[in-house]
Design a protein. Structure first.
Length: 196
């Protein structure tokens, strides 16, 4: 009985320490500025974690997601006189027994493009459509040139080119890693045997 209790306590301690620790890293270039949010809603901003207002600089930062679930990376971008663009590179670092992936491509890295993001001219999650592609992040990019510290495969994107504020979104899914699920199941088994 004491052995079962000790085993159950040990498993519970391990499961309790396996809190989600998925770090979202981002590198942004936006003409002219932006605020990035992490949210549990497709239509609400959530928590702001990075902002900037200088298209000539690559602005980097990160935020930590602390629980399993579905999250939305929202980027509200604004322009102060054309031309206008959003360019970015994003990655997820997994720890604490949880795995984060970008739902659009199933991976842990994401670039700006027209297939993995949606955009709205009116508000987050409202009347979304695929972004407009304005070319790649290359040395020969007609307007902005190559933005440093962002993958060359990233695309300059925007919504309606006549609109100065746009609302970009993509989805992140955080789930327990298989090893964490095994620990939870083992904890249930030990507790079940203890009750007998």
């Amino acid at each position: 009985m004491k052995l079962a209790f000790a085993s159950a306590a040990g498993v519970a301690a391990l499961c309790g320490s396996a809190s989600a620790q998925v770090t979202l890293n981002g590198a942004f270039a936006v003409d002219n500025g932006f605020t990035a949010y992490i949210s549990t809603s497709p239509t609400l901003q959530g928590t702001a974690w990075l902002s900037g207002n200088n298209w000539q600089s690559t602005i980097t930062g990160n935020t930590v997601i602390n629980a399993a679930g579905t999250y939305y990376l929202h980027v509200i971008a604004f322009d102060q006189g054309g031309p206008r663009m959003f360019l970015g590179e994003f990655s997820l670092q997994n720890a604490g027994g949880f795995t984060g992936t970008f739902s659009a491509n199933g991976g842990t890295s994401l670039l700006t493009n027209t297939t993995d993001w949606v955009v709205s001219d009116t508000g987050l999650g409202q009347n979304t459509f695929a972004p407009v592609d304005q070319g790649g992040n290359t040395v020969n990019a007609a307007i902005w040139g190559q933005r440093p510290n962002i993958d060359a495969s990233s695309r300059f994107i925007w919504g309606n080119l006549d609109i100065t504020t746009t609302y970009f979104s993509t989805t992140i899914r955080v789930i327990p890693a298989p090893s964490a699920l095994g620990m939870i199941a083992l904890g249930g088994l030990v507790a079940s045997r203890r009750r007998r």
